[in-house]
Design a protein around this ligand. Structure first.
Ligand code: ATP
Length: 302
C-alpha cells in the first residue's frame, strides 16, 4: 500500500530563492511526523505545497496517491489542515463556523462533539475576534477534524496555547493517530514534538538535514543525563559507579554508556549517598540537545 503522504525531490522557488530544495518525505496512515527547523527553513511552504496551494518547480507531492494541485477538491475533502495564516470571519463564533463548515463534508463529525472534545463549550458562542489565541487554535483544530480526515497537516498547532490547551490538543492528535490518520505537525516546541512524534524531520534552508525516530536522532552515543540539585563531584561519582561521569554544568551530569534498569538504580543510589537530589533523569539525549547540535553544525557549513 502506498504512503498517506509522499513527497519526492520537491523543489519550490520564490523567485531566485529555493524555499524547498530536494525534499523527500513520506508519512504512513497512523503515523505522526514532526517537521522542525528554524524560521524560514521552509516548513510552511512544505505544508502549503502538500495541500496543493503551491505548485512544485520540480519533484512530486502525493496525498492519498493523488496530486494535491490537480486533484485538489478530492485531496482536501480527505485532509484536515490548520494553517498559520488561517482564520475565521471575525463575528463568527466557534459553534456557528463548525455547523456551517460541516455542510461542506459528506459525513461530518458532530460539531457538538468537537466543541466538547476541544474544550470549547464555554466559548462556543463567542465571536472569533474575541476568542483568546488558544481558543482560536482549538477552533481551527476542530475545523480540521470536522471531515473525519485521513491526513492532518498542522502548522504550529500549539502556538500561543496554554499548558491545559496543549494537553487537549496533544490528546486529540494522538486519538487521530490511533484512528489511523496520517499527521504532519510543524512546531518550534521541541518538548511537544518529543511527546507526540513517531518520526522527526529537521529542515534547514529548504533541505531535510536530519530525520528519524527520537531514538535514532539521539544517536549512537548512549548516555544517561541526570539533573540534580546540590553539589556533586563527578570524579567521585565516576569512581563509585565505575563508569565515566562528566559534569556538563553544575546541575547536569552525563553518565556514558547504554541505560538499563540496574544502571539507573545505581545512579540514583549513588546520588542519594552523595546528598544530591535527583531532579530529572533521561536515558537518551533530549530532542532539544540534538536539534541545537544539528542546526549549529548546519550553520557552520559554507
Ligand atoms: P517559520 O518557522 O518562521 O514559520 P518556515 O520554516 O515555515 O518559517 P517558510 O514560511 O516556508 O518557512 O519560508 C521559507 C522561505 O521562503 C523564507 O525565507 C521566506 O522568507 C520565504 N518565503 C515564504 N513565502 C514567500 C513568498 N510568498 N514570497 C517570497 N518569499 C517567501
Amino acid at each position: 500500500m502506498s504512503h498517506a503522504i509522499d513527497v519526492d525531490q520537491l523543489r519550490v522557488d520564490y523567485g531566485p530563492l529555493h524555499a524547498l530544495d530536494g525534499v523527500s518525505l513520506s508519512v504512513d496512515y497512523g503515523q505522526i511526523v514532526t517537521l522542525l527547523g528554524p524560521n524560514g527553513a521552509g516548513k510552511t511552504t512544505l505544508v502549503e505545497t502538500m495541500l496543493g496551494f503551491r505548485t512544485p518547480n520540480a519533484g512530486t507531492v502525493r496525498l492519498h496517491g493523488r496530486d494535491p494541485y490537480r486533484d485538489h477538491a478530492e485531496v482536501v475533502a480527505r485532509t484536515g489542515a490548520l494553517l498559520q495564516r488561517g482564520g475565521v470571519w471575525l463575528p463568527m463564533p466557534p459553534a456557528t463556523v463548525l455547523r456551517l463548515t460541516a455542510a461542506y463534508y459528506e459525513a461530518p463529525r458532530d460539531p457538538d462533539e468537537l466543541l466538547e472534545r476541544l474544550d470549547l463549550r464555554s466559548c462556543a458562542r463567542t465571536p472569533w475576534r474575541r476568542l483568546s489565541g488558544g481558543e482560536q487554535q482549538r477552533t481551527l483544530l476542530a475545523l480540521a477534524l470536522l471531515g473525519r480526515p485521513r491526513a492532518l497537516l498542522l502548522d504550529e498547532p500549539t502556538s500561543s496555547v496554554d499548558p491545559e490547551g496543549r494537553r487537549v490538543i496533544r490528546e486529540t492528535i494522538d486519538a487521530e493517530r490511533q484512528r489511523g490518520c496520517a499527521v504532519v505537525i510543524t512546531t518550534h516546541e521541541l518538548d511537544e514534538a518529543e511527546r507526540l512524534a513517531d518520526h522527526v524531520a529537521i529542515l534547514h534552508r529548504g533541505q531535510v538535514v536530519a530525520r528519524g525516530t527520537l531514538d535514532e536522532l539521539a544517536g549512537a552515543d548512549a548516555a544517561t543525563v541526570v539533573e540534580v540539585r546540590g553539589a556533586v563531584d563527578a570524579a567521585r561519582l565516576t569512581k563509585r559507579l565505575g563508569i565515566p561521569v562528566e559534569a556538563q554544568d553544575p546541575t547536569h551530569l552525563r553518565v556514558r554508556g547504554p541505560a538499563d534498569p540496574q544502571r539507573t538504580a545505581a545512579i540514583a543510589a549513588a546520588l542519594a549517598d552523595e546528598g544530591a537530589t535527583l531532579v530529572a533523569l533521561r536515558t537518551r539525549a533530549s530532542l532539544e540537545d540534538r536539534y541545537l547540535a544539528i542546526i549549529a553544525d548546519e550553520r557552520e557549513r559554507p
